[in-house]
Write a protein that binds this ligand. Structure first.
Ligand SMILES: Cn1cc(CCO)c2c3c(c(-c4ccccc4Cl)cc21)C(=O)NC3=O
Length: 290
């Protein structure tokens, strides 16, 4: 088109880092500030369509959520000729799904301490989302992104407390991304996320405690990081997972941690801990006793 698009004039596209039915995500440098961003370009949904509603929900959620160390940061969104564009923080360590795949390829497993670190960090992000009156509704490994601390050994002085935090936790920071399914906690219009991670009460359209559906999906996410086989999308296995029958893990977890995972996946949503309770759960405390 004769008009240089804002995307082309403001950004240098480095590489495509993801493609889906939603569109494509690119790793870009903003010419003005020289910083890296992840930019999703999707076909502009038909005005008034449900897809438009979803696209707007994503932007509204980011606008409401502001900044949190465990939620992918939003910078801008705009529409061009026939596509919607959202510019987010670029997380340089891939997704948790990529990390799980590469662990398997190397015949490695996340240690129990790494699993606890992952659970605490994502719980902090969820606590923030839930305290803002929102629910994510699509928590899963491919929607959790990783920021690897740059491998500079210098611990540098006067770093921000977040950077200190990154140094403290051996440099891996997990961030909740893809707010495309975010809803207000008590909203009746739920656009279900990935069925593999869907809590059974949501399938039965019980939206009384949607935050607990995020907790359930988080439980399955940790299970996958612990080496569980790929999750069923439906059928008897799908139901047994939701009747408290957990799959065998390549390396059994210590009883307290396994018990906590069992709680996250409890069929009775009132038994599942809230994100707030998870953040200060004794099993997950520093020093990893228990
Ligand atoms: C496929 N893919 C790979 C990455 C990089 C991981 O190292 C990625 C990112 C995002 C997103 C994303 C998800 C949903 C909506 C918008 C965006 Cl930009 C997708 C991403 C995002 O918001 N930030 C990312 O780093």
């Amino acid at each position: 088109a004769f008009m240089l698009s804002r995307y082309e004039s403001e950004f240098l596209e480095l590489e495509c880092i993801g493609v889906g039915e939603f569109g494509a995500v690119y790793k870009c440098v903003k010419r003005l500030d020289g910083c890296l961003y992840a930019i999703k370009r999707s076909r502009r949904p038909l005005a008034g369509s449900t897809n438009e509603q979803l696209a707007l929900k994503e932007v509204y959620a980011h606008a409401v959520l502001g900044h949190h160390p465990h939620v992918v940061r939003y910078y801008s969104a705009w529409a061009e000729e026939d596509c919607m564009i959202i510019q987010n923080e670029y997380c340089n360590g891939g997704s948790l799904s990529d990390a799980i795949v590469s662990k398997e390829e190397q015949g490695e497993l996340f240690t129990e301490d790494e699993l606890k670190d992952l659970l605490v960090q994502v719980s902090m992000g969820l606590k923030y989302i839930h305290s803002s009156g929102l629910v994510h509704l699509d928590i899963k490994p491919s929607n959790i992104f990783i920021c690897q601390r740059p491998s500079t050994s210098a611990s540098g002085e006067g770093e921000s407390e977040e950077e200190d935090y990154q140094n403290a936790s051996a440099g891996v920071v997990y961030k909740i991304g893809d707010l495309g399914h975010v809803n207000s906690t008590n909203s009746p219009h739920v656009e279900e996320g990935d069925s593999r991670f869907l809590a059974s009460e949501v399938l039965q359209e019980d939206y009384s405690q949607l935050p607990k559906a995020d907790i359930f999906a988080l439980g399955l996410t940790i299970l996958l990081a612990a080496g569980a086989p790929p999750l069923p999308q439906n059928g008897t296995e799908w139901h047994s997972l939701r009747n408290g029958e957990l799959p065998k893990l390549p390396k059994e977890l210590c009883a307290p941690f396994r018990g906590l995972l069992q709680l996250l996946l409890d069929p009775d949503l009132t038994k599942r801990p809230s994100a707030r309770e998870l953040c200060k759960h004794p099993v997950l405390r520093e020093g990893r006793t228990g």
